[in-house]
Design a protein around this ligand. Structure first.
Ligand SMILES: [Zn+2]
Length: 171
């Protein structure tokens, strides 16, 4: 049996609930809270849980560390462009970047592990070093600046940076 099988059961229950999709935004999908959250893929920082984000309230983009990469910038630019082109009266959205403590990206600070992974994906080791979230307050500020300085992001898009604490239970 597939690992996703129990979630497919939950999805059937969701799909059959007529009240589950009330207040859904229509295209161009300006989310109900006008938020675009960028955060880590870590299962401990799921915005639906740690921020109580409900369906339709926020665009959520996740990658290793919640870093602002060129691919993330392109996606934010697309969302911004859609607002400009399809709903120029707005509202425009806020990009909220969230980095967290105890991030799995910190493992890339280990020279051997980083070197091995760089070889695996044929990447530049410096790029992987830049991905590492050793100090969330510092990296989130770096990424806020990346969005603010990106010419492809409309000026009406606001940007904020946040850190969250992830405590791992002692074994
Ligand atoms: Zn993380």
């Amino acid at each position: 049996m597939s690992n996703i099988a129990p979630l497919l059961d939950r999805n059937r229950a969701f799909a059959s609930d007529p009240g589950a999709r009330q207040n859904m935004p229509r295209l161009p999908f300006i989310p109900n809270l006008s938020l675009y959250i960028v955060t880590c893929i870590d299962c401990r920082v799921d915005p639906a849980q740690v921020f109580g984000v409900k369906l339709g309230e926020a665009l959520v983009q996740r990658n290793i560390g919640g870093r602002i990469t060129s691919a993330v910038l392109a996606d934010i630019a697309y969302a911004g462009y859609l607002v400009e082109a399809k709903a120029p009266e707005g509202p425009y959205f806020e990009v909220a970047i969230v980095h967290h403590t105890d991030c799995g990206s910190t493992l890339l600070a280990d020279d051997e592990l980083r070197h091995g992974f760089a070889q695996r994906i044929d990447a530049d080791e410096r790029t992987l070093t830049d991905t590492t979230v050793l100090d969330p307050a510092r990296t989130v500020q770096t990424d806020v600046s990346r969005v603010l300085w990106a010419a492809e992001i409309p000026q009406n898009v606001h940007v904020s940076g946040h850190t969250s604490t992830t405590s791992t239970p002692a074994w």
